[in-house]
Design a protein around this ligand. Structure first.
Ligand SMILES: [Zn+2]
Length: 454
């Protein structure tokens, strides 16, 4: 089935900003041609995009779809006073309450909301300690059912005991094998690892060994909070990035989320390893963990939401405004550069280097924005329109791999009402289980090494 998008302004690339005129012919899942006089035989389905802007689909470089049913969940414990208490009292209770049906419902909700926001790829980090086996297949199936592209991994950790740590490694291994066999055409895998402070040397080594064996990258939280660094120093006499680098966990295929509490020397290690860093400004604000030293992090800097939906218009706007508050000298195009880096990461994982651009031969992951620009839209002004004008509310149609998965502001592959019913049903059950689970007892070692670790 061929599609012809007619009459739009086409953003061929976000960085450098490049606008072109002409219609876009999509065939065989790819951009087949851009120009005028296409499809003279009239065999393609025509979509009138007059007055619209067509942009490459956004990539969310770090998220947790399992948090999709957390919105409004009950909370009766004392309010958390630190990042660690947020984990112990909120997220490490929620993940233990997840079962496979709740994971499926979370995946359906996350995928639908992402597509409706113009995000066509989710890079997910999944945890469900009481439903590990098969969890990534359930998530991949939910994502494929809605039609979104994804990169999945299971978050390996020692916080729930050695058996679950082993099961996490095996879940990654099995999923990577099934992806390699072609089971999930729209999904790829990484090896998930929670964070230095919940990983023993043995478990971290098992993750690295699997990553080498499967030729996959590692997706890990790094220095999100000072606790990660304090623990690495207390247990190993090393900063967290140095510990991960020494273990072989940082490479050009890997992804480190947050990188807030880095020293300059750690940032240098990240730059030297070519690891991609996912910056999550709204999550960092919400958890009051501090500000990532963006100027140190080098060019491989992408944007993620850390589970606060997958709206990359919102995330890039927050990233820009937060940086601007620090010094008034943020280049307007900075968010577009970071979004392009997210696409580059996805492009490497899917072996599709043109992902994130609209050019002949590129995978047709495209978003049609219903946006009547009130001022001229040019290469030079695109960044300003992105920050001060465009939003997820402009998203009208979305293509993933050439298929129209959002049409006239609704997903095409699943019934939105049925999906909402399933989600509300599962969230009720999830919340009931959650209420029976207490704060997680795991705590990192926060004593500095210089104090003898006692
Ligand atoms: Zn995260």
């Amino acid at each position: 089935m061929s599609l012809l998008l007619t009459g739009a302004t086409v953003v061929a690339s976000l960085h450098p900003p490049t606008l072109v005129g002409g219609d876009v012919l999509v065939s065989g899942g790819r951009v087949a041609a851009i120009g005028t006089g296409l499809d003279q035989a009239g065999s393609a389905q025509r979509i009138d995009c007059s007055g619209c802007v067509v942009v490459p689909g956004n990539v969310c470089a770090h998220t947790h779809a399992y948090s999709a049913l957390a919105r409004g969940m009950p909370y009766h414990l004392p309010p958390p006073t630190s990042f660690l208490e947020i984990l112990q009292r909120v997220w490490w209770r929620l993940d233990r309450a997840l079962d496979l049906p709740a994971i499926r419902a979370s995946g359906l909700v996350a995928a639908r909301e992402a597509l409706l926001a113009g995000t066509t790829t989710l890079v997910d980090h999944h945890a469900s300690p009481n439903a590990i086996d098969g969890s990534l297949d359930v998530l991949a199936a939910a994502f494929e059912q809605v039609g979104i592209r994804s990169v999945l991994c299971y978050e390996v950790t020692d916080r729930d005991g050695p058996e679950r740590a082993d099961a996490g490694v095996e879940e990654n291994r099995g999923f990577l094998r099934r992806v390699a066999e072609g089971r999930w055409p729209l999904a790829r895998g990484m090896v998930g690892a929670h964070a230095s402070f919940t990983l023993s040397d043995e478990t971290l080594a098992a993750c690295v060994a699997l990553a080498h064996e499967a030729r996959a990258g590692i997706h890990v939280h790094l220095a999100e909070d000072q606790a990660d660094e304090a623990d690495a120093e207390a247990r190993f006499g090393l900063r967290a990035a140095h510990r991960l680098a020494n273990a072989g966990a940082l490479s050009d295929a890997s992804l480190a989320a947050h990188a807030v509490h880095l020293t300059a020397a750690e940032a240098e290690v990240l730059r030297a390893s070519d690891v991609t860093v996912a910056h999550n400004p709204r999550s960092n604000m919400n958890n009051a963990v501090g500000r990532a030293p963006l100027a140190w992090l080098g060019p491989r800097l992408a944007l993620g939401t850390d589970g606060i939906g997958a709206d990359m218009f919102e995330e890039s706007r927050a990233a820009y405004l937060r940086l601007q508050e620090d010094g008034l000298d943020t280049p307007a195009g900075w968010p577009l550069t970071a979004l392009t880096e997210g696409s580059a990461l996805a492009g490497r994982l899917f072996d599709e280097p043109a992902l994130g651009r609209i050019e002949v031969g590129a995978p047709a992951d495209l978003v049609v924005l219903d946006y009547a620009a009130p001022t001229p839209l040019t290469d030079d002004s695109l960044a300003s329109h992105w920050i001060f004008g465009l939003s997820a509310a402009s998203v009208r149609d979305v293509l993933v791999g050439g298929e129209l998965v959002v049409h006239d502001r609704e997903v095409t592959r699943v019934d939105a009402d049925e999906l909402a019913l399933e989600a509300r049903d599962e969230s009720r059950r999830l919340w009931e289980r959650l209420e029976r689970i207490g704060p997680h007892p795991f705590s990192p070692n926060l004593a500095p090494a210089s104090a003898g670790g006692t």
